[in-house]
Design a protein around this ligand. Structure first.
Ligand code: ADP
Ligand code: MG
Length: 472
């Protein structure tokens, strides 16, 4: 197998991408874009299916992400085009008033009959937009809600915009293209529609957005995905996209969304992270993801906890996980089902959540250890990655044959550890590998996938990168 067959996703050169997007925008919309804004995707070292349980997550922002070129309109319309070949269907037009009415109707604040149509002017099908436009329209809707509380972020009356979108991430690949889309659009809207944007033109906006404001914007982007798109995201993705830092992991405590930045240089030394997009569609993803969450929430209620993080002490050990499971067993009293869900499944989800939260705390201790020599923690981190994969496979039960095979193949080719990241049922594998072996791992995994007739994966070299910002 020749190495030319290997598919690598490069983050590209920011300036070139930005200039190219300006040119495409002018062609597409017949006027100049006011700017280009970028937001990164993310890879999560640990902490899957625990953000909504108050657990700790350890994500990093990628150099890969989503670019939005935009110019304002004054008619309350969004005209949107994505350049992603799989989703591009020309310009889509969304009325913001319609999105607002839709959300209100969902929340029981009006009947569905009062909802004005969300009109796609090209296909002229009232009430229908391509699903992806909801991520963008939802983001503007959420900024309007936030602006009602924070005058500096108030969206001016009648605001609308033309947007052209381009991403260097896999879409639906578990590296958070959805949050990258929301967060890049959010920065464009803040720049073009609010007093803060007006007072801080161009690159100045990056510095004007302090961490507290970025946290508010991340929460708003999460609202867009939960309330407008209807996806059960817990806020991890949006937080790292807006609050990540170059050469650092974000240590995110999901009890209060407080963030510490942990330098990766001490951990990595001569090692690096590699992400492998399995190119498996999120099969049955939606229903199954919700199902896993419902199992773990049934266990949580049985234990009388408001969130599963409370089942463990501040600095947990394995014994605390065992104690939580033992209490679960006592409380079920051998019943086959709790809340109509299989007890054995609920116990597995509980064990995943508790061990995943324990792994995050262990990793956080290693990453925060200032006495650690460069590279010294890598071996330990590799073992924790492996344990995380086993838990995703056996307890969360969200893995699939290609991911399991890729993890094994990467380990055999010299990786220190590897695991499935993202929600599961498709998505990407994160690998920790000595820099000198990175290419061996890429070649071995590619070869294995061809031999076993898995879809050829795509490889992304991971450099922990900076948060969302204006780029041109
Ligand atoms: P992930 O966030 O892991 O990539 P999701 O299923 O959460 O996967 O989000 C993928 C969805 O987000 C896509 O189906 C699409 O609706 C939207 N999306 C993401 N990136 C883009 C893009 N560049 N252009 C248009 N839509 C996008
Ligand atoms: Mg997503």
């Amino acid at each position: 197998m020749h190495s030319d067959d290997v598919a690598r996703l490069e983050p590209g050169h920011q300036r070139e991408i930005s200039e190219g997007l300006h040119a495409r925008f002018a062609e597409q919309f017949g006027r100049r874009a006011d700017g280009v804004w970028f937001a990164p995707g993310r890879a999560n070292l640990n902490g899957e299916h625990v953000d909504f349980h108050g657990g700790r997550c350890l994500p990093m922002a990628l150099a890969h992400g989503t670019y939005v070129a935009a110019a304002p309109r004054e008619d309350g319309l969004l005209r949107l085009r994505t350049l992603d070949p799989g989703l591009d269907d020309g310009i889509q037009t969304v009325s913001i008033a319609a999105i607002d009415a839709l959300v209100r109707a969902d929340a029981g604040e009006g009947s569905a009959g009062e909802v004005p149509p969300i009109t796609d002017v090209h296909s002229i099908v009232p009430g229908v937009t391509s699903g992806w436009t909801h991520y963008v329209a939802g983001t503007l809707w959420a900024l309007q809600q936030l602006g009602a509380e924070l005058p500096e972020l108030a969206v001016r009356q009648g605001f609308g915009a033309d947007l052209l979108i381009s991403s260097t991430l896999p879409i639906g690949g578990g590296l958070s293209s959805s949050a990258a889309l929301e967060c890049s659009a959010m920065l464009a809207f803040v720049a073009l529609a609010t007093p803060l944007g007006e007072q801080n033109p161009g690159p100045a906006l990056g510095a004007a957005l302090d961490d507290a404001l970025r946290a508010r914007l991340a929460a708003a982007c999460m609202r867009a995905e939960v309330e407008v798109v209807g996806a059960g995201t817990g806020g991890l993705d949006q937080t790292v996209s807006l609050r990540g830092r170059a050469d650092h992991l974000v240590s995110l405590d999901c009890r209060n969304f407080s963030v510490e930045h942990r330098p990766t240089s001490r951990l990595l030394g001569e090692h690096t992270f590699l992400a492998i997009d399995t190119q498996q569609a999120h099969w049955l993803g939606d229903g199954q993801f919700d199902d896993r969450r419902a199992d773990s929430e049934a266990a949580m209620r049985l234990l009388g906890a408001d969130q599963l993080r409370d089942v463990l002490p501040e600095s947990p050990h394995l014994g605390d996980v065992d104690a939580g499971l033992a209490r679960f067993d006592t409380l079920t009293g051998g019943a086959e089902a709790i809340e109509g869900r299989r007890t054995s499944a609920c116990r597995r989800r509980l064990r995943h959540a508790l061990t995943e939260m324990l792994r995050s705390e262990q990793l956080d201790r290693i990453l925060g250890d200032e006495k650690l020599e460069p590279g010294a923690g890598a071996q330990q981190v590799g073992h924790i990655l492996d344990a995380g994969h086993a838990s995703m496979r056996d307890d969360a039960q969200v893995s699939f044959p290609a991911a399991d095979a890729i993890v094994e193949s990467a380990r055999a080719a010299g990786a220190l550890g590897a695991r499935l990241i993202g929600g599961g049922f498709g998505g990407s594998v994160l690998v920790l590998v000595p820099r000198s072996r990175e290419d061996d791992v890429v070649q071995a995994v590619h070869r294995m996938c061809v031999e076993q007739s898995f879809t050829a994966p795509r490889f992304l070299h991971v450099e922990p990168s900076a948060a969302a910002r204006p780029v041109g």
